[in-house]
Design a protein around this ligand. Structure first.
Ligand SMILES: [Zn+2]
Length: 431
């Protein structure tokens, strides 16, 4: 058995206390063996963490990682116009190789910002999976289904693809890849397809992930057509199970918050995307009070425009206070919990906590920075002041993915170069 020790750091424990300790990792099992003092002697390899905070790796609960190719491609528009005029035409041109190039760029960005796991909805998923396997990250992947505007055959093919991907890739990359069945949203997938395919997803044993209540335009058509709130409609179509998770949940009313809490369905809050597209302010404090499992996600880079979960944490705290009109709402502790355990629980992973027996997914943050000085409260620093560039080392499944800011699993320069070429060729084709 090969052991790795993270030595001399301050370790963020599941109860959000911080203690000086070493972390001993069984690399073969990909698990934390022990957290304690003087553990370096038991290790084959060490990762130095003096003057650093060792935190659970961040979990990005909702992403479209290959959309890094569209970063800065179209900004400053509302969701519907942005999707129809810019994003969907560009995505229509994306080849499998393009998606691979975009995914690799996104994965380098995730590793460099301390994220060790993410949930991703996109297409050409086999190419995303190859990139995830190579990068060493943990991911729950799925093919996003859209049936509106398609004939019956094309719509069924899309749903079938999502189901086949979910079956085939669950457990891939030595278990680092898991999957979900992913209808894009309640308004872009017809109810007849939900009725036909959701039971098959249950049979396959995979969760369901979809966008829900992101904008008022996503709520009104369901209320008008079915006389139900969207999440009531979702529950009726079997889409509100404990293993399921929805993205956004901006425009949820009290009855829907109660439904989510009772069902145990997770919500991935994406504050940056919600602010940038002016979608609205999710009632995060109310959801937390009601006992809903809330995680954080960046959404795609085109609506964010980066994949830093530390930015997302800060945005969640700020927006949560504004939404509740209360400075004590969504405090630092709640945000750090959402950033790690909350997201992991919502998307059905065991990571997000540093304790013996937990997956060895962690990030080491350099505290010797002016913006992290002095150190009254490291949980506060993580929520409000730390930045992606402060991450020194990233470890996932016991493997070191980044050491002293050098990504070890992907060739960062090559990935960036391919992304630049791919994005240029894509823009030219769309023109
Ligand atoms: Zn999304």
């Amino acid at each position: 058995m090969t052991m790795l020790a993270i030595t001399g750091g301050r370790v963020l424990r599941p109860d959000l206390t911080v203690t000086s300790a070493d972390v001993l990792i069984d690399q073969d099992a990909g698990e934390i063996r022990e957290i304690g003092t003087d553990l370096a002697g038991a290790a084959d390899e060490t990762l130095e963490a003096a003057e650093s905070l060792v935190t659970p790796g961040f979990v990005n609960g909702h992403c479209h990682v290959a959309m890094t190719l569209l970063r800065g491609y179209a900004d400053d528009k509302p969701l519907e116009a942005w999707l129809q005029e810019d994003i969907w035409p560009a995505e229509g041109e994306l080849t499998a190789a393009d998606v691979r190039a975009g995914a690799e760029l996104g994965l380098v960005e995730l590793i460099k910002s301390g994220t060790t796991a993410f949930a991703d909805m996109y297409f050409h998923v086999p190419d995303v999976a190859v990139a995830v396997e190579e990068a060493g990250l943990r991911a729950r992947l799925g093919h996003g289904i859209v049936t509106v505007g398609k004939d019956g055959e094309a719509a069924r093919e899309d749903a079938t693809t999502s189901l086949e991907i979910a079956r085939e890739y669950d457990g891939a990359a030595d278990g680092r890849i898991s999957t979900a069945f992913m209808p894009h949203s309640l308004t872009t997938v017809g109810s007849e397809y939900l009725a036909e395919f959701v039971p098959e997803a249950r049979e396959a044993g995979v969760p369901v992930h979809y966008h829900a209540n992101e904008t008022v335009d996503e709520v009104a058509p369901i209320v008008d057509e079915h006389g139900q709130r969207p999440l009531e409609y979702a529950a009726e179509h079997g889409l509100l199970e404990p293993e399921d998770f929805v993205a956004h949940g901006v425009h949820v009313d009290e009855s829907e918050i109660d439904l989510l809490a009772a069902a145990g369905t997770g919500v991935i809050h994406c504050p940056a995307s919600n602010m940038k597209l002016a979608s609205g302010m999710a009632p995060v404090e109310r959801m937390l009070e009601a006992g809903v499992t809330v995680g954080l996600g960046t959404d795609g880079a085109a609506s964010n425009n980066d994949l830093s979960m530390l930015d997302e944490a800060r945005d969640a705290a700020m927006l949560g206070k504004l939404a509740a009109d209360d400075a004590s709402a969504v405090p630092a502790e709640a945000v750090v919990d959402m950033l790690t355990r909350g997201s992991a629980d919502a998307i059905g992973l065991e990571s997000g906590r540093l304790e013996a027996g937990a997956p060895a997914d962690l990030a080491v943050i350099d505290l010797e920075q002016p913006h992290l000085t002095p150190r009254h409260d490291l949980v506060s620093h993580l929520a409000y002041a730390a930045a992606a560039a402060d991450v020194r080392h990233t470890v996932c499944d016991g493997q070191v993915l980044m050491r002293d800011r050098e990504v070890l699993t992907l060739d960062e320069a090559g990935v960036r170069e391919r992304a630049v070429e791919t994005a240029a060729s894509l823009s030219a084709r769309v023109e």
